[in-house]
Structure formats: structure tokens, C-alpha cells
Design a protein around this ligand. Structure first.
Ligand SMILES: Cc1cc2nc3c(=O)[nH]c(=O)nc-3n(C[C@H](O)[C@H](O)[C@H](O)COP(=O)(O)O)c2cc1C
Length: 480
């Protein structure tokens, strides 16, 4: 679908801006934590995050987006010295827990956490996010990830990272359980708080879900009552064929790393096409590339700053982060041609990079190069605004702003770039009222085209015991 980024008056539509962060010292731009102005070394201190969240809210960022991992990157059995030396996502703290603190210290900004299907049982996870959605007044988003680390899988009792296609089947069942709990278990009006008649809730409007699948058996009901959004806003970040199909069915926002607006355009068009095939509309999914900015009042100043940032670059760090392992968990050397890579990890990212480097043989080190160089925009606020217009013309709806240092990168972006973007209509000046989903899509709840909506009101007429549930499933199986 072609996007029309301008409104009737010819002004640009605002892009959404997320601050992309991680509860650790070295997230994306490795080595920068050594800079004197880098505050991310103090990530254990909750005030680092509260201060940042409040600054971002004052600047009208749409959301704070926390990445997360379940273990270490790299070779499954090699030493992990490089990660520890670099502070590369170890030590790191749980973002979902942190959101509880940020929720009470902010009022408007969206709060997105990343959680891998391996790390938490869906019943417990659904309860945690409902609780956070209550605490925050409906500002929670979930970045659904399936994990990319062997070590992350081994931390949860598996021998190795689950096969790529199977990970997405796992994610399908995982989200299915959460959708049943969030959307179907409690009907509207079930919560009474009727002091006179002594009825807290209405049992006829609260349902067990009797979910049974290959990995999970969950009876329900959901323990929390419905939170403002019920289902949190759903982010996703995979871009392989299975990843795009999963996003097309389930995601409301997709985080992409694209080497150029042209590649983003292709990826977006394809995912939107798949969304339509899945019964949704192209505009039901918003796309966010990750970009970082080096901002100068003049071009010379911006270039000089880039040189200074480069002095702190850790090549070892970028290579270690981009390390791609084969299916037995062994790291490919950086000069391995991408055509020779057979991986279970970042399949989509690897495929899209190989497809779009056409002037030479793409190699594993190009993945590190892309993170380090291609995602950065160096220039004056006006030049940055021009670049963002190019991304918007390619169909993106917002930007995940990747930081070099905390809080400086976001302060600079807020002070220097956002005013120029606002003049062009490219950034919001005020928050819209209501939940995060209402701010982005105009309604508190998932729209009726989303698969989770099918569970609304579905369980009153459904099975009322495991015996009935099993019989129903057996019937469905035998007629299938
Ligand atoms: C931009 C981007 C950000 C991601 N962030 C995370 C993350 O924070 N935690 C995580 O476990 N995986 C993360 N991933 C991994 C994806 O969720 C996914 O598991 C991976 O890309 C493999 O899926 P694919 O082959 O479909 O792309 C990210 C991937 C991309 C492209």
C-alpha cells in the first residue's frame, strides 16, 4: 500500500518516536559507555531510568522501548570474556520489573518490555503484564521475541536454541494462551465491587479457558480483572519469512533494522500484504526502524562529533554482538560469506542484509557494520529531518531512537531535532489522551480484525470442564 505521509494542509504526519534502551551498560553502540558523559554505567540505579523516563515524557516521546535477553550471545561453549569485558548486555537487569517503577513516576509515555517465550510461563507472564497495565493506566507494550541465544535456551533447561520454525510455532501457542486470558476470560462488566450485595465479581462473566496445546495446558481463569488495554500493545522484531508471517497475524508494531529506506519499503510492503491475507488491514501494523543520530549545529560539527564517537567504538563489541552461530552453536568467523551461513538465530536479518549487498560478497562482519554505521544519521537537525522524511516516504510510521549515551543522546535529540521536526509536522506536540493503543491507533482495545478478538465472549459457550474440552477437541480433530 502506498502511504500518504501528508495531511490535507500538506503538512507531514507526525512520526512516532520510541527511545530504544536496555537495562544494561552496553546495548547497541559498544564501547560508548567509556565516555565521560555516559550515564548508562549507572543502570542499576533506578533513578537513572526514572530521570530518563521523565525527560522523554517532557519531550513527548511516544514510548520507552526496552530490549532484553535471556542469556549470552556467541559460541555456546566458548568463554564469555569479551561480553563481560565489554559490559555487553551482562550485567543486565529485568526490564519488566523496572517498568513497575517507571509506571508510577510517569503519566503519558508508553512503556514497552521485551519478553522471550522461553523465559516465562504464559499464565504468569499474562498476569504480570495485566498488573503493569493496571499500574500504568494502560501504557504497556510487549515486544514478543523467540530468543536468539543458545545460552539463553540452556538457561531454561533446553540443550540448544529451538529450531527457527519451531520457535515461531511455540510463539503462536504462547500468544494464543495470553490472548485467551486477556481477551476471553473476563467479560465486560464482570467486576462489580458491589458492597451492598457483597458481590465482588460476577461468576457468570468470568471463564476458564481450558487451553491445551503442544506445550501448554492452562485452565484459567485469568487472575487479574481486565486492564485498560486488556492485551498490551504488541511489538515484534523478526523479519524472516516465518517472522513476517507471525508479525502479519499478531503484531501491531514491528521493529526493523533495514540498511536503507528502500529495503524498509520492501519489507513493510511484504508484511502488510501478509497482514491483509490474514484478514487484517495494512494500517493495522506500524513499522519502526532503529536509527541513531549524531547531531551538530553545522555539518562540520556533526562530523567532528562522529569522529569523537568513533574513538570510543569497540569493534570487538560490535563483532561479538553480531556473532552468528551455526546450528550446533559454533560461531562463524567474521569473514564467512553470508551465503554459507546456516543459522537458527537472526535468520531474517541475515537474509535481508545478504539480499541487499550486491556490490560484493556479504560476510558475517557486515551485520556488525550495519549496526555500527548504517543505522546512524550524522548531520544538522535539518539534514536529519530530511532523512526522516525519506524514511517516512518509504512507509515507516516511527523511529526507535538508538542511543550512544544515556541520557545525552535523547536530550540532544529532544533539544535540537524535535523542534525542527515539529515545525514540519513530523513530531507530535502533545500527547493524545488515553492508553498507549488509543494514542497510536485510536482505541483502547485490539480491533476486531486481530485474532485475539475472536476470544471475546467465546468461553461462556465453550467447554466447562477438561472432560468437555477434551471431547470437543477430539471431535474437532476427528472431523479435521
Ligand atoms: C531490530 C531487532 C531487535 C531485536 N530485539 C530483540 C531483543 O531485544 N531480544 C531478543 O531476544 N531478540 C531480539 N530480536 C530478535 C528477534 O526477536 C528474532 O528472534 C530474531 O530476529 C530471529 O527471527 P527472524 O529470523 O524472524 O528475524 C531482535 C531482532 C531485531 C531485528
Amino acid at each position: 500500500m502506498s502511504q500518504n505521509p501528508s495531511n490535507d494542509a500538506g503538512r507531514r504526519k507526525p512520526l512516532h518516536f520510541n527511545a530504544f534502551v536496555m537495562n544494561t551498560s552496553s546495548h547497541i553502540h559498544h564501547g560508548q559507555w567509556r565516555r565521560p558523559d555516559a550515564g548508562q554505567t549507572e543502570f542499576n540505579d533506578v533513578n537513572t531510568w526514572i530521570d530518563l523516563a521523565q525527560k522523554l515524557e517532557a519531550a513527548k516521546f511516544d514510548a520507552m522501548f526496552f530490549a532484553d535477553v535471556s542469556g549470552l550471545y556467541g559460541d555456546a561453549d566458548a568463554d564469555f570474556d569479551v561480553y563481560v569485558n565489554e559490559g555487553l548486555q551482562i550485567p543486565s537487569n529485568d526490564p519488566t520489573v523496572l517498568l513497575g517503577a517507571l509506571a508510577v513516576k510517569t503519566k503519558h509515555i508508553g512503556l514497552a518490555t521485551t519478553s522471550n517465550v522461553v523465559q516465562n510461563h504464559p499464565f504468569n507472564f499474562a498476569r504480570q503484564l495485566s498488573t503493569l497495565d493496571h499500574i500504568s493506566g494502560g501504557r504497556i507494550a510487549w515486544n514478543i521475541v523467540t530468543g536468539v541465544q543458545d545460552n539463553g535456551a540452556r538457561n531454561y533447561g533446553l540443550d540448544a536454541l529451538t529450531d527457527h520454525a519451531e520457535r515461531y510455532r511455540w510463539a503462536d501457542e504462547y500468544v494464543d494462551v495470553t490472548f485467551k486470558l486477556w481477551e476471553g476470560s473476563w467479560d465486560e462488566g464482570a467486576l462489580l465491587k458491589d458492597k451492598e450485595n457483597g458481590r465482588f465479581s460476577d461468576p457468570s462473566r468470568i471463564h476458564k479457558i481450558y487451553h491445551e496445546g503442544p506445550r501448554y495446558r492452562v485452565e484459567g481463569p485469568h487472575l487479574p480483572s481486565p486492564s485498560p488495554q486488556r492485551t498490551p500493545l504488541l511489538f515484534q522484531a523478526g523479519s524472516s519469512a516465518s517472522g513476517r508471517a507471525f508479525a502479519a497475524r499478531n503484531a501491531e508494531a514491528v521493529f526493523i533494522i533495514a540498511p536503507s529506506p528502500a529495503v524498509a519499503r520492501e519489507l513493510i510492503a511484504d508484511t502488510r500484504r501478509l497482514a491483509v491475507e490474514a484478514g487484517r488491514r495494512p494500517e493495522d501494523i506500524k513499522f519502526f526502524p532503529g536509527l541513531s543520530f549524531i547531531i551538530g549545529d553545522t555539518e562540520e560539527e556533526a562530523r567532528a562529533k562522529a569522529k569523537y564517537y568513533d574513538e570510543y567504538v569497540s569493534v570487538d563489541g560490535y563483532l561479538a554482538h553480531a556473532a552468528i552461530v551455526d546450528k550446533t552453536g559454533r560461531v562463524y568467523p567474521p569473514d564467512t560469506p553470508l551465503a554459507a551461513v546456516d543459522t537458527n538465530t537472526m535468520k531474517g536479518f541475515t537474509e535481508w542484509v545478504s539480499k541487499h549487498i550486491t556490490d560484493r560478497e556479504p560476510v558475517v562482519a557486515d551485520l556488525a557494520y550495519l549496526q555500527a554505521q548504517n543505522s546512524r544519521v550524522v548531520g544538522t537537525p535539518e539534514q536529519i529531518a530530511d532523512k526522516l522524511e525519506e524514511w517516512q516516504d518509504a512507509g515507516v510510521d516511527g523511529i526507535n531512537v538508538i542511543n550512544w549515551v544515556i541520557p545525552g543522546s535523547f536530550e540532544e535529540f529532544a533539544d535540537k531535532v524535535l523542534p525542527v521536526l515539529r515545525e514540519r509536522g513530523l513530531a507530535q506536540t502533545e500527547y493524545a489522551e488515553g492508553t498507549l493503543r488509543r494514542k497510536l491507533f485510536g482505541s483502547d482495545h485490539l480491533n476486531e480484525r486481530h485474532p485475539a478478538a475472536a476470544y471475546r465472549g467465546a468461553f461462556a459457550a465453550g467447554p466447562q470442564s477438561w472432560v468437555e474440552a477434551d471431547a470437543l477437541r477430539a471431535g474437532v480433530t476427528s472431523t479435521a
